[in-house]
Design a protein around this ligand. Structure first.
Ligand code: Z5A
Length: 215
């Protein structure tokens, strides 16, 4: 059986990754392609438990190396339990965030040594490298406003998680890193303008998937 394709969606807060992951799965489904939608951190029972620890504002500040180890621990479990078995069974996998988020958040945002980020990524993702990464690009203030509007008043920090609560300079470093990744790996990555309406972004994503993955 042919292996499935592995598509990741990346970008800053509120760029529309979760929304677009669902729409892409439906578009693929209409073409007879069975896709599993998953997310990081999370996607497996252990990954979801680690997600709770990482996003909670209850644990205080976490240093970038500890964060990178936790995100990669969750990722390794996710790869072994869900991503690789699904791809091996011929299913397509659409993942809302993956290793580029560690490069951006812990690397550029948290200023963790790039060599450490790279080494961890190599160990953890050797069995599952994306065929296509869609980088949803949006001015950081716009993405934060979308995310804030969605969960206003739901938790401490005014509904924001630890990352959303970081300052705009942090979020600008993320955006620039995602764009840098896309430009340095053009065969794997495509930048998608995430500013237009949901349907327009979705159409752009489907066009890229069609062209890059031969649908
Ligand atoms: N993180 C990390 O630091 N290191 C890592 O290695 C990994 C992750 C893997 C996960 O949180 C956090 O973990 C994340 C990075 C860090 N930081 N934060 N926060 P999460 O999964 O809860 O958050 P997120 O990944 O940033 O997702 P999000 O905030 O839910 O955004 P999104 O998935 O990109 O967007 P959305 O949920 O589809 O849409 C957000 C809102 O905007 C919603 O109300 C939509 O209806 C609306 N929306 C979506 N598209 C549009 C358009 N086109 N126009 C207008 N409104 C729109």
């Amino acid at each position: 059986m042919a292996k499935g394709k592995f598509i990741t969606l990346e970008g800053g807060e509120g760029a529309g990754k979760s929304t677009q992951a669902r729409l892409l799965a439906a578009w693929l489904g209409a073409r007879g392609i069975d896709a599993v939608v998953t997310r990081e951190p999370g996607g497996s029972p252990l990954g979801e438990s680690i997600r709770g620890l990482l996003l909670s504002s209850q644990n205080g500040p976490i240093d970038p190396l500890t964060e990178a180890l936790l995100f990669n621990g969750a990722r390794r479990d996710h790869v072994l339990r869900l991503i690789k078995p699904a791809l091996d069974a011929g299913r397509w996998v659409i993942c809302d965030r993956y290793a580029d988020s560690t490069r951006a958040y812990q690397g550029a945002g948290g200023q963790l040594d790039a060599a450490i980020v790279e080494r961890l990524e190599h160990w953890v993702t050797a069995d599952a490298r994306p065929d296509l990464t869609l980088i949803l690009d949006l001015p950081e203030a716009d993405g934060l406003a979308r995310a804030a509007a969605r969960h206003a008043g739901t938790e401490s920090l005014g509904g924001r998680d630890r990352f959303e609560a970081a300052d705009l300079a942090f979020h600008l470093r993320l955006r620039l890193m995602f764009l840098r990744i896309a430009r340095s790996e053009p065969a794997r990555c495509a930048i998608v303008n995430a500013e237009p309406a949901v349907e327009e972004v979705s159409a752009a994503i489907c066009a890229v998937v069609s062209e890059r993955l031969g649908l």
